[in-house]
Design a protein around this ligand. Structure first.
Ligand code: FES
Ligand code: FES
Length: 181
């Protein structure tokens, strides 16, 4: 008996997208083949390399470890949603400036995994960054430049968060002033 396709709808990089898929289809194949988001790479299909890492509802996930149907109604971010040519995400900017890549095959997944790491630990030590990379494999760089890139991204993101905090505090003061006035 043929197994019926299922409609899978996700919000990916801020846009709602849908496709009919076989229930056995992996999320990474749904992204690449059905939605055309080929920035997410496949290095192994057996959850070893991390090239397929994306954000699912805000957490870094290897998209070859999930079925597309399991992601139905989820919020996804892929590398295409990180930044633009004019406004790179701090992680992209740092990889560029620190030469954190050579062939680039692992890079989308490594960046997503490292964004996940910084969400949990905004100021990781070198050792913690190396531990965080245990689930991702790079065959070219020897990892040192990736570590430097992640350290730089952490610094940029911390400075941006501090500025945002100051702006919020200032707007609250303005708000308080208005109430008092
Ligand atoms: S393709 Fe998913 S971990 Fe390698
Ligand atoms: S840059 Fe080539 S695999 Fe990482």
């Amino acid at each position: 008996m043929a197994i019926e396709n299922r409609k899978v709808t996700v919000t990916v990089n801020g846009q709602e997208r849908s496709a009919e898929v076989e229930p056995r289809k992996l999320l990474v194949h749904y992204l690449r083949d059905d939605l055309g988001l080929t920035g997410t790479h496949i290095g192994c299909d057996t959850s070893q390399c991390g090239a397929c890492t994306i954000m699912v509802n805000g957490a870094a996930v290897k998209s070859c470890t999930m079925l597309a149907v399991q992601a139905d109604k989820s919020e996804l971010t892929t590398v295409e949603g990180l930044g633009t040519i004019d406004h790179l995400h701090p992680m992209q900017q740092s990889f560029w400036e620190e030469h954190g890549l050579q062939c680039g095959y692992c890079t989308p997944g490594v960046m997503m995994a490292m964004i996940g790491l910084l969400q949990e630990n905004p100021n990781p030590s070198e050792e913690e960054i190396r531990e965080g990379m245990e689930g991702v494999i790079c065959r070219c760089t020897g990892y040192q430049f990736i570590v430097s890139a992640v350290q730089k991204a952490a610094k940029i993101m911390a400075e941006a968060a501090a500025k945002d905090g100051e702006a919020v505090a200032a707007s609250q003061l303005v708000g308080e002033g208005t109430h008092r006035g």
